[in-house]
Design a protein around this ligand. Structure first.
Ligand SMILES: [Fe+2]
Length: 251
């Protein structure tokens, strides 16, 4: 497996209930890195997987994240992951009737001829589907409820978490993601993953992910990834991330 996993820090939060919890998404493992879907890609073929709409206008995160990037990122890049995932499952009725999360959970059972496509494009679909609702100009600007306490216990403070999360995102080599995750044992951690890999063999269950593929920031920030990470931090939807944690804790 070529996927790199970096375990930055993990501390038990003693929440056995998290074992059965989970955020709806996932992604996957080895083989050739996913090529970045080109902007202007053809429309998705018909298939079981559907591009979710942005939950806000493309310019809603201005001036932090620019409208053009958001539009291209969603309408072209994410759309292409969906299109190629649909193409991969075409002719495989058992795969076409599964959720993307299920496909990524059982990647080792997927026929070899479509496994890489499902890992890369299924991962891209799942990761981006988690990303869009993770952002907002409104709502809590810091973790709330149970997550606030868990972050303090695991990282020392929210500020310390932010520093570690930003450092992890900055340190991703090439294309990938940095994540706030919780493990099946109920531990919070910051992890990174390459490409669109994020299935359970690669990553614990994600609560929040920052996309550090260049397509996520290059139009506005060019090579200044650190500035993009700082801008991203200003529009995290902590209401949503805190809700994910609360739901996961319920099992
Ligand atoms: Fe992306």
């Amino acid at each position: 497996m070529t996927t790199r996993r970096e375990f930055i820090r993990t501390l038990s939060i003693g929440t056995a209930g998290l074992l059965a919890g989970g955020v709806a998404r996932a992604a996957a493992a080895p083989a050739p890195p996913a090529a970045a879907p080109a902007a202007g890609a053809p429309p998705a073929p018909s298939g079981p997987f559907v591009l979710p709409p942005l939950p806000y206008a493309a310019d809603a995160l201005e001036p932090h994240l620019d409208a053009q990037t958001m539009q291209i990122h969603h309408d072209k890049h994410h759309a292409t992951y969906v299109a190629k995932l649909n193409a991969a499952v075409a002719g495989h009725s058992d795969l076409a009737s599964s959720s993307v999360e299920d496909l990524l959970r059982r990647l080792d059972t997927i026929p070899a001829d479509v496994r890489s496509a499902i890992r890369n494009h299924g991962g891209g679909h799942a990761n981006h589907s988690l990303l869009w609702p993770s952002l907002s100009r409104d709502g809590a600007r810091a973790p709330i409820g149970e997550l606030a306490g868990a972050i303090d216990r695991s990282f020392g403070s929210f500020a310390a978490f932010q520093d570690k999360f930003a450092a992890a995102a900055l340190g991703v080599f090439g294309s990938g993601w940095a994540w706030l995750t919780h493990s099946a044992a109920g531990e919070l951690a910051i992890e990174t993953s390459a490409n669109q890999d994020s299935d359970s063999d690669v990553l614990s269950r994600p609560l929040l992910g920052i996309d550090v593929w260049e397509h996520a920031y290059y139009l506005k920030f060019q090579s200044r990834r650190a500035d993009y990470i700082a801008a991203f931090a200003k529009v995290v939807n902590w209401d949503e991330v805190s809700r994910r944690y609360r739901d996961a804790a319920k099992g």
